[in-house]
Design a protein around this ligand. Structure first.
Ligand code: CAP
Ligand code: MG
Length: 431
């Protein structure tokens, strides 16, 4: 065969110096047997930009300017630079179709994981970012230093709207700021969305009046997009400051729609990440959770679940810290699997730590995150020997203990609810 059949290697250039306007992606990659590193890199850069499997009859010379370039690799990680003109401003689904699309199914790769992306300023400018930022939420909730706290009624689904709201009231009266719907609760025959909003509003107003504190909730609007808009509007009409979306199952297009729609309503967005573990759990294949957190901050969620490292769900301490940096920092210097990123006008977002937590694990979580987080303790308050309100109090006491430099055991001498929680769970790390 005289004529070249493939042109993948045209997408590899170790001497390429990325332009300031390039979007840079960091991948973990493993070539299949018999495929060289450059043949693998060429395929990743080609299939995620302008290429295909064979040389073509016609190739307009201007296409070269749109080609991605694999310009650096160290071991099994590689950086690929994408010209800005490849991407439509403000269109997150299109970005994913490019860098998180066909390349993951290529036979020439045994494994591929998208670890991080560094967005150029021109691309950042086309997204809103979070409505309030972490300081804006603290101001809104009048909570200055400690973590914001919340809980999901458990069992996670099955209560009537009134029962749900009554558990919410107990949660708020125990000192928590928020009551969260579970990820699989939308509008069921036994707990209609509209009924839940009305009962929750009634109990919120009562709890605010009795405590003098601001109380809010992450009420789940997840549904078809037009329905989500109607539900968000109802929340705003009833004085709520947040809505909750399951952002992975809803998709980036609908998260963008709701971010735009809730902007005028002033609503913050709590992003549950259910289904993320289908693509981020395998360290060698899929998308990283920090990449998901990054694009959700860019679109503009207020906060997103980031893991606990010590609770019932997977996520290492390093992963949790990298997600927290991605969400909270304004300027990131390349480290670990994080690329450089200057977030410019994009406000910060809270990491949410939840999943298998109870008062005995609060210090472990605060040792990792510090106080700049939303801490959700759900089974860990409703399972307290003296019930929900005592469980929330025990969790608040654990936060106070940690932030005043006492061990939980020392603090438990003078705080009964914490003592009772430690008697049941100690420092158990559930699986
Ligand atoms: C936690 C939770 C959350 C998980 C989600 C649940 O309840 O409500 O959905 O935290 O995981 O349904 O399991 P518990 P992640 O506190 O009772 O475990 O935060 O890792 O996305
Ligand atoms: Mg849940």
């Amino acid at each position: 065969m005289s004529k070249r059949v493939e042109w993948y290697l045209d997408f590899v250039n170790p001497n390429y110096k990325p332009a300031k306007t390039d979007l840079i992606a960091l991948f973990y990659f493993e070539p299949d047997t018999g495929i060289s590193v450059n043949e693998a890199l060429g395929r990743i850069a080609s299939e995620s930009s302008t290429g295909t499997w064979t040389t073509l009859f016609k190739m307009p010379s201007r296409m070269k300017k749109l080609q991605a370039t694999a310009f650096e690799h160290k071991g099994n990680t590689a950086k690929i630079a994408y010209p800005l003109d490849l991407w439509e401003n403000g269109n997150m689904p299109q970005l994913l179709s490019g860098i998180a699309g066909n390349i993951f199914g290529m036979k020439a790769l045994k494994n591929l994981k998208l670890l991080d992306v560094s967005f150029p300023q021109a691309y950042l400018k086309s997204f809103k970012g979070p409505k309030h930022g972490m300081q804006g939420i603290r101001k809104m909730m009048k909570v200055s230093k400690r973590p914001l706290t919340g809980a999901v009624p458990k069992p996670k689904i099955g209560f009537s709207a009134q029962e749900h709201a009554e558990i919410g009231f107990e949660t708020w009266m125990g000192g928590f700021d928020f009551v969260k719907d579970d990820e699989n609760l939308s509008s069921t025959s036994f707990n209609k969305f509209e009924d839940r909003v009305k009962f929750m509003t009634k109990f919120r107003d009562k709890a605010e009046q009795l405590t003098g504190d601001k109380k809010d909730a992450f009420i789940n609007i997840t549904a078809e997009t037009e329905v989500m808009k109607k539900r968000a509007k109802m929340l705003a009409d009833y004085g709520w400051k947040y809505c909750m979306m399951d952002v992975v199952v809803s998709g980036t297009a609908s998260v963008q729609t709701l971010r735009d729609y809730t902007d005028d309503l002033g609503l913050a967005i709590h992003a549950h990440r259910a289904m993320h573990a289908t693509f981020d759990r395998n360290p060698k294949h899929g998308l990283s959770m920090q990449f998901l957190a990054k694009i959700m901050r860019l679109i503009g969620v207020t906060q997103i679940h980031a893991g606990t490292a010590v609770g019932k769900l997977v996520g290492s301490k390093q992963e949790v810290l990298e997600i927290a940096d991605t969400l909270r920092e304004q300027k990131i210097k390349e480290h670990g699997t994080l690329l450089n990123q200057d977030w410019q006008h994009i406000k910060s977002a809270f990491p949410v730590s939840s999943g298998g937590l109870h008062p005995g694990l609060v210090p472990n979580v605060l040792d990792i995150y510090g106080n700049e987080l939303v801490l959700l303790v759900s089974g860990g308050i409703h399972g307290h020997p003296k019930g929900t309100r005592a469980g929330a109090k025990a969790s608040m006491q654990a936060i106070e203990a940690h932030n005043s430099g006492y061990t939980l055991e020392e603090y438990a001498h003078t705080h009964l609810e914490l003592k009772q929680a430690l008697e049941k769970w100690g420092h158990l790390k559930p699986k």
